[in-house]
Every structure is written in C-alpha cells, then in structure tokens.
Design a protein around this ligand. Structure first.
Ligand code: DX5
Ligand code: ZN
Length: 213
C-alpha cells in the first residue's frame, strides 16, 4: 500500500482550510519544521502545527529540520503529530530521541540527507516506524529529485525485508508522478509531495497519479 503525504510547505497558507479539504484522499499531512539553523530556511513552528492539528482530519507527519530535535519532541507530540521524524545529522542522542518519541505515544522516523549514508539507520531499523530518505537537500520545496538517492532506498528496503520488519520508507523532495514509480520500485512506500500535489488543479487526482492510479 503506497501512502501519500502532501507537504504543506507548497500549500496556500492563507487558505488553509480549503487547502486541507482539497487533499481528502491523502494518507498523511507532511509538516516541515525548520529552525533557520539546521537548514537555511524557517518554517512551521508550534503554534501553526497545533492549529493545523486541530482542523486536519489527516494524521500529521512532522518532519523536524531543527538542530536540537530532542528538546521539542513533547511539544510537537502535544501539537498533534502522529509521526515525528528527525535527522541523523542533527545534534542529538539518536536513541534517546527515538525513545522520547515513543514515550509520547508517537511513531518515530529517522531522516538522512542526500549526502548521508544509511549507517546510523541500519542498526536502528527495528526501533523505527519509518526511515525518511531525503531526495533533495532539505530547506526548500520545488527542487529537482536526486534520483541517485533511490539506491539508498533499495539498500534499506533489502535490509528491512531481510530482517522481516515492517519499517516504512518515505522519500521527500521533488517527487512527481513521473519519478514515483522508480521510488516505489526501489522500495519506498510513503511519498511526500509538495509541488506536485499543491501545484495541481485537481489535488486528489494528483494523489492518485502518484500512487500510479
Ligand atoms: C524540503 C521539505 C520537503 C518539501 C517537499 O526541505 O522537507 O518536504 O516541502 O516539497 P517538493 O515536493 O515540492 O519538493
Ligand atoms: Zn519534508
């Protein structure tokens, strides 16, 4: 089952309720949190995530692109996140941060940037709800997908299968209906899509196209 997580970064935030209504077929709402330090951009903090959590029917997949994710896990859990992902490149104790997310009753995910290998992720697959493989340098929507990152997806999927786990693999950055089949063939089962969903006139149509329907 392929799941689609439209990225709110590409939505019209002045028309949030209608934007959320337009993606009723989505499986998750991907919320990008950026602190301007870990990535050179600032986006979506706690008040907005809390407000979105109150009006969204779709579970939130909160992607923390921040330097000290462990300090904010409880707050984003309280804001209504269902999945909380953080970067191996951030400044934190990875295992403590995973434990913290679980202690809040939320699903943990570990993120790797395009230039980062899967070494930190592989020994932790059994502890994770998902691995997020970035297919662009994080910070901005609308970039072109680095398809060479699909090789990491393939390697991770092989290991997940070998271990008999049900860990999900999400890809994020430049995902379109054109390259989605290759992400899926490599082993991704959750696709983040900002521009390709919110840039389309028919958003649920775009979601179906990403699933290959
Ligand atoms: C980039 C973000 C992505 C972004 C995806 O740093 O993590 O979630 O919003 O947008 P598109 O699909 O337009 O690349
Ligand atoms: Zn993201």
């Amino acid at each position: 089952m392929i799941k689609i997580a439209p990225s709110l970064l590409a939505a019209d935030l002045a028309d949030l309720k209608n934007e959320l209504n337009s993606i009723s077929d989505a499986d998750y709402l991907h919320v990008d949190v950026m602190d301007g330090i870990f990535v050179p951009n600032i986006a979506f903090g706690l008040p907005l995530t809390t407000a979105i959590g109150r009006i969204a029917d779709i579970p939130m997949d909160v992607h923390l692109m921040i330097t000290h994710p462990q300090n904010y896990v409880e707050a984003f859990a309280k804001a209504g996140a269902e999945i909380i992902t953080f970067h191996v490149e951030s400044d934190c104790d990875i295992d403590e941060c995973i434990a913290k997310i679980k202690a809040c009753g939320k699903k943990p995910g570990l993120v790797i940037n395009p230039a980062t290998g899967p070494e930190e992720v592989l020994p932790r697959l059994k502890d994770l709800y998902m691995v997020l493989v970035m297919t662009v340098q994080p910070g901005f929507g609308g970039q072109k997908c680095k398809e060479e990152c699909f090789d990491k997806v393939k390697a991770l999927r092989e290991e997940i299968t070998r271990l008999g786990l049900d860990t999900h693999i999400e890809v994020d950055g430049g995902i379109t209906a054109e390259n989605a089949p290759r992400a899926i063939a490599a082993g991704a089962d959750i696709l983040v899509a900002g521009s390709s969903v919110f840039g389309a006139a028919d958003r649920n149509g775009a979601i179906a196209a990403l699933k290959g329907n």
